[in-house]
Design a protein around this ligand. Structure first.
Ligand SMILES: [Zn+2]
Length: 341
């Protein structure tokens, strides 16, 4: 089968390799489409991402996977050949305390397909049954490949922040891979959504956001919209360049949520500068989230037909290196996908 391989720092090639072996509890998926992330670019360039060394080498990247079941192992019961599926990309043992309490994303022995094991930028991938989720026929493929990471992460973030109907939600980087789903999920939660985007993205209004503001005027704009009360929940996954600004718009009892630094920084270099007074005087909370729970991904599948995706470019598997290069393009306006079959 054909697969994209990271063979060394910056060395990406599409090659013919052996089909993956399918164990008794595995599902062989004919990959249909993979969503590309800045993470893929950094891994290809540095062979590490946020402290994780990619494994194995050569390495098949691709974290956000949707496809069709080609074959199942003897013990597999939940899916059969021909089913449309997505991959919950968190590797988890299902037996540790975190897994048992429903926090598979924090598994003590966990990792991620595409980083700690091979990912989906190939014609086929073998995945344990516990990571495979069946989806209905009527979900668009680009939406399907936007559920496991791009939508799940902000969905988990909004759940952890306990966003309520009528609250003000500010999304920093609203036109990005997770941002475009954060704003839509914010509307589904019943919030008033303020989208901050570096560039003028007219399409965000079509995605249901109530206000589009620029990062430069964030504080003033949020003050005006909220009559000086500021935001109830702020999502910021961009990195140190936006943290100061986004922290400035968190209101009394507000929750500031982060799930990483998409600008690619390593966290040791990016301490968050917050005074305890900033927190306790106004009962603000700072929340960190990582991916999402498997149960949440199941629920997201049920919301899939209420979510839209803005696609910028689609590539074929042979051109996957170009897709990974393009994810960092300053002109990017929407998602990048690789169609593998
Ligand atoms: Zn576990």
């Amino acid at each position: 089968m054909k697969a994209l391989l990271i063979e060394g720092p910056g060395i990406l090639e599409v090659k013919d390799i052996d089909m993956p072996t399918v164990g008794p509890s595995d599902v062989l998926i004919k990959v249909k489409i993979v969503g590309i992330h800045p993470q893929d670019y950094y891994m290809a360039k540095n062979l590490t991402t946020q402290g994780h060394k990619i494994n194995p080498m050569p390495h098949i990247p691709g974290e956000e996977i949707a496809g069709i079941v080609e074959k199942v192992g003897d013990k597999v019961k939940s899916v059969k050949k021909g089913d449309r599926v997505i991959v919950y990309h968190r590797i988890h043992d299902g037996t540790c305390d975190m897994c048992i309490t429903g926090h598979e994303q924090l598994c003590r022995n966990g990792g991620r397909f595409g980083i700690n094991d091979n990912g989906g930028l190939a014609e086929y991938i073998a995945i344990p049954e516990r990571n495979v989720i069946k989806i209905p026929e009527d979900i668009d493929w680009e939406i399907a490949a936007s559920l496991p990471v791009s939508s799940l992460t902000p969905y988990h973030a909004l759940n952890e922040a306990k966003l309520s109907a009528g609250e003000y939600l500010v999304v920093i980087g609203a036109s990005g891979n997770t941002g475009m789903f954060a704003v839509q999920l914010g509307k589904i939660f019943g919030a008033i959504v303020i989208a901050s985007s570096r560039k003028d993205r007219g399409w965000l209004k079509e995605f249901g956001v109530d206000y589009v503001v620029t990062l430069d005027n964030l504080e003033e704009e949020v003050k005006k919209i909220t009559l000086g009360r500021m935001a109830d929940v702020v999502l910021d996954s961009i990195g140190k360049e936006t943290w100061k600004k986004s922290l400035s718009v968190v209101g009394t009892t507000g929750r500031w949520v982060t799930f990483g630094a998409l600008t690619g920084g390593e966290f040791e270099d990016e301490p968050l500068d917050v005074s305890p007074i900033y927190l306790y005087r106004f009962e603000r909370k700072i929340i960190g989230v990582r991916g999402g729970k498997k149960a949440e991904l199941h629920r997201l599948v049920n919301l899939a037909n209420r979510i839209r995706v803005k696609t910028w470019r689609k590539y074929k598997l042979e051109d996957a290196p170009k897709a990974i290069e393009a994810i960092m393009s300053p002109d990017r306006d929407g998602r990048i996908f690789v169609e593998t079959n």
